[in-house]
Ligand binder design. Structure first.
Ligand SMILES: CC(C)(COP(=O)(O)OP(=O)(O)OC[C@H]1O[C@@H](n2cnc3c(N)ncnc32)[C@H](O)[C@@H]1OP(=O)(O)O)[C@@H](O)C(=O)NCCC(=O)NCCS
Length: 391
């Protein structure tokens, strides 16, 4: 990395607009900046510049992420880009470190992103902490039965019921997004236009929902691409798949993103689907007291865990702390014996249930006596973290 001491960090400025739009276009093919902003949200981009000249940017995307059954406020980091002529000199590393610092000041518990490179984000304390799978099911294999109950088209006034059904379907699944209005807009459409929405009404709200569009695949075939789907129980999942099967005379595959386990698929009688690991998303624990207080913990578990933590970026995160868990609540307070030694970046895969404490210890990323390892494993146990969309 070259000398970064004269980089500056700020919010986007009028005089940088031309260079910023050109960088987004060259980096991500964003040719219509205004259209992109209307789908990406209206947060100000954060920028890195030097001697008044724009070098790069990142877009904060506020939302939530489910951990331990609760929605943890999460600041997403999207559209990280550096102008081509300024790459390879530490601009993005500087930008991400300052971004994390600013978000700590704002009190965000965690930050999550979809990385193009692990090395870059590791410099700001992010670590791989969950997975993002791409599923493909051959249409012809989907069961046509049952044909009832009936789905109907989604209407705008179903939005509240849709959000309630989605929450019911995913709130216990670590890593799934608690969507903001911006993320909801993106979940129900794409840059290719709105998707077709259908819902399965039930006595107490929606039982299932799906948004899809038929799109051409790479080999001339047509596939059904899902942007948002879910069901509140196994029966509704089966019905969702049989509803999609109604399009099997014309379409080759159903394609969608999801976590490492998709309960909907386990309602099938066959195993003829493909699951491809698209990537591992990364998490940075930013504000430890808020991160520990806002996630859910196993009810009935009582623990007093003594940490010694290090963070090369956020001064306040360093030192001895106790994580006290009781009645499903967690508290992170200063003091204690520091028996569990770990860096704040290495706590991210523990927090999300991506790695157990025992596994982290085996990799040399955490040190603790065996009794503490067992307690940590119990406290952070959860379903393997996944996500069904990009941002
Ligand atoms: C990725 C990108 C933002 C990096 O910006 P940068 O200012 O050149 O990054 P830095 O100089 O701070 O590099 C830090 C680290 O990032 C990683 N990195 C940077 N460029 C990379 C590349 N082209 N391929 C893979 N890793 C890369 C390396 O680990 C690097 O550390 P190293 O120099 O010790 O190897 C820039 O290449 C870019 O804008 N690319 C196009 C858009 C994009 O992919 N954005 C990321 C979306 S998640």
């Amino acid at each position: 990395m070259s000398n970064t001491s004269d980089y500056e960090y700020g919010v986007q400025k009028e005089e940088h607009q031309g260079a910023l739009e050109e960088t987004l276009n060259l980096s991500f093919g964003i040719s219509d900046y205004q259209a992109w902003r209307s789908s990406a949200g209206d947060e100000l981009l954060r920028t890195v510049y030097r001697q008044g000249q724009f070098h790069g940017c990142v877009l904060p995307v506020p939302m939530g992420q489910w951990f331990g059954g609760r929605s943890v406020p999460m600041i997403g980091a999207a559209a990280v880009a550096v102008a081509i002529e300024h790459r390879g000199r530490g601009a993005a590393s500087f930008l991400m470190r300052r971004f994390v610092h600013e978000m700590h000041g704002e009190g965000w518990p965690i930050s999550t992103l979809h990385p193009a490179s692990w090395g870059l984000y590791r410099r700001a304390g992010y670590e791989p902490a969950g997975s993002f799978f791409r599923y493909t099911i051959p249409m012809a294999r989907l069961p046509l039965q049952p044909r009832e109950p009936a789905f109907r088209p989604f209407h705008a006034d179903d939005q509240k019921a849709l959000e309630a059904a989605y929450t019911q379907a995913v709130h216990h699944r670590n890593g799934f997004l608690d969507r903001s209005p911006v993320m909801w807009k993106r979940a129900c459409s794409s840059h290719l236009g709105p998707f077709n929405g259908f819902v399965l009404p039930g006595p107490d709200g929606l039982q299932a929902f799906v948004f899809f569009k038929a799109l051409p695949g790479n080999s001339g075939e047509w596939n059904l691409e899902l942007s948002c789907y879910g069901a509140v129980d196994g029966e509704s999942s089966r019905r969702l798949l049989s509803f999609l099967a109604q399009q099997q005379t014309q379409l080759q595959n159903v394609k969608f993103y999801g976590g490492p386990q998709e309960p909907m698929l386990e309602t099938l009688d066959f195993r003829y689907f493909q699951a491809k690991l698209n990537e591992n998303w990364m998490v940075r624990l930013i504000h430890l007291p808020k991160a520990m207080a806002s996630r859910g913990w196993p009810l009935g578990l009582q623990a007093d865990l003594h940490f010694q933590v290090e963070d090369d970026l956020i001064q306040e995160n360093n030192g001895a702390f106790r994580l006290q868990i009781s009645g499903g609540e967690g508290r992170w307070i200063a003091g204690g014996e520091g028996r569990i030694q770990v860096s704040v970046p290495d706590m991210a895969p523990l927090y999300t249930s991506f790695h157990s404490a025992t596994s982290l210890a085996q990799q040399g990323r955490l040190q603790a006596p065996p009794e503490d390892l067992a307690r940590l494993d119990a406290a952070f146990a959860g379903p393997a973290p996944g996500m069904a969309e990009e941002f």
